[in-house]
Design a protein around this ligand. Structure first.
Ligand code: C2O
Length: 349
């Protein structure tokens, strides 16, 4: 009897083990994609990410509250990034290609049917946290300032007095700035308020500002509080190696994440501009400020009272690994488990 029980337990353990597997670090040269988002071939080996213990603690600030001194640094950093040659893995073009590979079904594993998909599921938050972390470190390195942190576009803040948080901050709309992108919706300029209920890109909100703010607040409350009471609802569907990914996005990913992309998307471009499609969205500096706010809201969600809002604890989530370019231009693999505490990444919001 005891033996039988042992066998049953052993079989169950085996079933649980084969049920899924974490996503192992990718070879970024082994891609499959209809988009042209390949990266320069890489000869060196892939480093393992280690926490930056000697970095100063960096503070991410709200984009509508920045001072002129910060904006000058921020613009300089993008100017230098845009000037890097295409052969440099850190370059502006390659930052976009990296996002394109991961976000637009660009990567395949040998013997796995479905391409890797990091949107529409539980890797959305940690993957983008890492992408931003390395992007920020590259910018910091270019301007030689380790205290540099990205700003966050505080679109969830509906305060009705200027400077407005829920409009595209004016520094992104100056066509002489390195923060500018011409491929945006004509509505995506101050004082037009972001519209979390936007159905079609390029339609400027027909509501009064007061009504739009109230609607946006309602969406935030549903997506972050009442609609996101479990990790699965907030993070989206679990995803293991070999699964067809992207089955179901979490609440925050759907909206406002998706709707803010939509708000900036260019309706007169066949691909909806940069922010309007996966392949090109990280060609717009607002992408990084937008995602810095998503990243911040992940922390806000975890602090909501009730004790039920936690990061997924599955080893398949925690041990999955993704590859980026670090500030030296080397490829580096980091684990989801390394994203969960931002103090260890040396930044706060
Ligand atoms: Cu990978 Cu907002 O997207």
């Amino acid at each position: 009897m005891a033996q039988l029980l042992m066998m049953v337990v052993a079989t169950l353990v085996l079933m649980i083990n084969v049920d899924g597997a974490p996503i192992p670090a990718q070879n970024l040269d082994y891609f499959h994609t209809t988009e042209n988002c390949n990266l320069p071939k890489h000869a060196g080996k892939v480093k393992k990410f280690e926490f930056p213990t000697t970095l100063p603690m960096r503070k991410r600030r709200a984009a509508h509250l920045l001072d002129a001194e910060y904006v000058a640094k921020y613009e300089k950093a993008y100017e230098l990034l845009r000037a890097l040659p295409d052969l440099d893995g850190r370059s502006w073009k390659n930052q976009a290609h990296l996002h394109c590979l991961y976000c637009d079904d660009g990567l395949l594993y040998p013997n796995v049917t479905y391409p890797l998909e990091i949107h529409n599921g539980w890797f959305f938050l940690p993957w983008h946290r890492l992408f931003l972390y390395f992007h920020e470190r590259i910018l910091a390195k270019l301007i030689g300032d380790d205290t540099f942190a990205l700003p966050f576009w505080n679109w969830d803040n509906q305060t009705p007095t200027p400077p407005y948080a829920n409009v595209v901050p004016p520094m992104y709309s100056k066509n002489t700035s390195s923060l500018y992108d011409a491929n945006r919706s004509p509505c995506a300029v101050s004082p037009n308020i972001v519209d979390f209920n936007l159905l079609i890109p390029g339609i400027c909100s027909p509501r009064t500002p007061a009504k739009q703010r109230a609607e946006n607040n309602g969406v935030m409350y549903t997506q972050l509080v009442t609609g996101a009471v479990t990790p699965e609802l907030f993070f989206g569907s679990p995803y293991h190696l070999g699964d067809a990914g992207g089955l179901s996005p979490g609440t925050l990913e759907t909206n406002p994440h998706g709707k803010v992309h939509f708000f900036v998307a260019n309706p007169s471009d066949p691909n909806f501009g940069d922010m309007g499609n996966f392949a090109n969205s990280s060609r717009d500096p607002t992408f990084y400020a937008h995602h810095a706010n998503i990243d911040r809201l992940w922390k806000v969600w975890k602090k909501l009272p009730g004790g039920i809002r936690k990061d997924p604890e599955s080893p398949d989530f925690l041990n999955s690994e993704f590859v980026f370019y670090d500030e030296e231009g080397d490829r580096v693999a980091a684990k989801v488990s390394q994203t969960l505490n931002t103090s260890l990444l040396r930044y706060s919001v």
